[in-house]
Design a binder for this molecule. Structure first.
Ligand code: DGY
Length: 391
């Protein structure tokens, strides 16, 4: 390949997207001089899949580059078929059917996506990093699985490693060099996580392999559809917690691993002021669906948490969530790590209710005091988990 030849493929894993946004993003990436092909991996053959299929011939014709469209293959055997199978299908296709050196992944629904993201990642790859991950300014009440589940878990299970500092361990926007893609595609710890846990599985993989990792900050942010009630995130919550719980004893030592990230320069006003989810619709969820079995599980928790949660389950008006401070969340998280059983519905419900209480505590008592205060409280919580964590 000469130096001018394209070096990268770009993958969009997708399910049911806004076809206009998705098509715009395909057209954007395919024009990038470093991009040789686009790989679209669909979850199922739905209307979105068919509409994308219909647009491909003209995009290919206009750009003289291939857009590969495929359904995801069932690669994991232990967990639900989800985004993980989609990303891993793309890895396999990239390795076995394309000559490129890098694969980029982007969510198909990003409203603010531009070619600059690719340029930015390619520059860092050229500088010697094997993986480039993007991170973004996020609304102070958004990323509530990232903060309260994934970052808390990484910091307490692997304190004093890079895992405790990764900004966006759940991010689906990243670029990976071929050698790393090959390792991921042959790693059972990655292939098994065929659901929402895949992003965490990749993050753990990068640190287990100790590959040079860069996190790039995209200031305009990743605008996407915002959430309704937090039940929208139920499955993602369970799956993202489960991977931490299942791997908590894994030995990971990142000493000597090259890891750098951009400093956060600025957070746009629109992001500082936005709300991430439907607060009024979410509050009642805290007292819904409690069963006797779930209430009994509360006996495992310290008194303040048990009594606080019981009061929430009984309260018919506004629940009082002051008890579930970052420090109390650490105590609850430890009990969850030791006892949570993913296959048991009462445990799923309890994880959901505890997490809801924590998210509402943050939203009502921290986010209401302004963006910087809210974000600092989240960083402080992660430091606390890291300080208290470990064996
Ligand atoms: C997260 O926590 O990052 C999820 O995407 C919800 O915002």
């Amino acid at each position: 390949m000469s130096r001018e030849d394209p070096k990268s493929a770009v993958c969009f894993p997708f399910k049911k997207e806004d076809v206009q946004v998705f098509t715009k993003n395909i057209k954007e990436v395919i024009k990038h001089p470093k991009v040789g092909a686009v790989i679209c991996v669909g979850y199922e053959k739905n209307d979105c899949f068919k509409e994308i299929e219909a647009t491909i011939p003209s995009i290919e014709h206009e750009n003289s580059k291939k857009v590969h469209l495929m359904l995801q293959t069932r690669l994991g055997t232990k967990r639900r078929a989800g985004k993980g199978d989609g990303m891993n299908t793309a890895l396999n296709f990239f390795i076995s059917r394309t000559p490129y050196q890098t694969i980029h992944f982007y969510d198909a629904d990003i409203l603010t996506f531009s070619q600059d993201w690719i340029t930015c990642a390619e520059k860092k790859l050229k500088d010697g990093f094997d993986v480039v991950r993007f991170f973004f300014p996020r609304v102070s009440t958004d990323a509530m699985i990232t903060w309260n589940i994934t970052k808390c878990g990484l910091a307490s299970c692997w304190p004093h490693t890079i895992l405790a500092n990764v900004e966006q361990p759940l991010g689906g926007e990243l670029a990976i060099k071929r050698e790393v893609a090959l390792r991921l595609a042959n790693d059972s710890l990655v292939l098994n996580y065929s659901d929402w846990a895949v992003d965490t599985a990749y993050t753990l993989g990068f640190c287990r392999y100790k590959v040079p990792l860069y996190e790039s900050y995209i200031e305009e942010g990743k605008l996407h559809k915002l959430y309704g009630k937090l039940t929208d995130l139920y499955t993602m919550l369970i799956e993202c917690f489960s991977i931490i719980k299942e791997n908590q004893s894994l030995k990971i030592d990142t000493a000597g691993m090259v890891y750098k990230k951009d400093a956060v320069a600025n957070v746009p006003k629109a992001i500082r002021e936005k709300k991430a989810f439907d607060l009024e619709g979410t509050i009642p969820l805290l007292r819904e669906n409690w069963t006797k079995e779930e209430v009994e599980l509360l006996d495992l928790f310290p008194t303040n948490i048990r009594e606080g949660m019981l009061a929430c389950s009984e309260n018919s008006s506004r629940p009082d969530v002051r008890f579930i401070s970052p420090e109390a969340w650490y105590e609850a998280y430890k009990i969850l790590l030791a006892n949570f059983l993913e296959a048991k519905k009462p445990w799923q419900e309890l994880l959901f209710h505890l997490w809801l209480a924590r998210v509402l505590n943050h939203t009502i008592h921290y986010a209401a005091k302004g963006y910087d205060y809210a974000m600092q409280s989240l960083y402080d919580m992660i430091s606390y988990f890291e300080k208290e964590g470990g064996p």
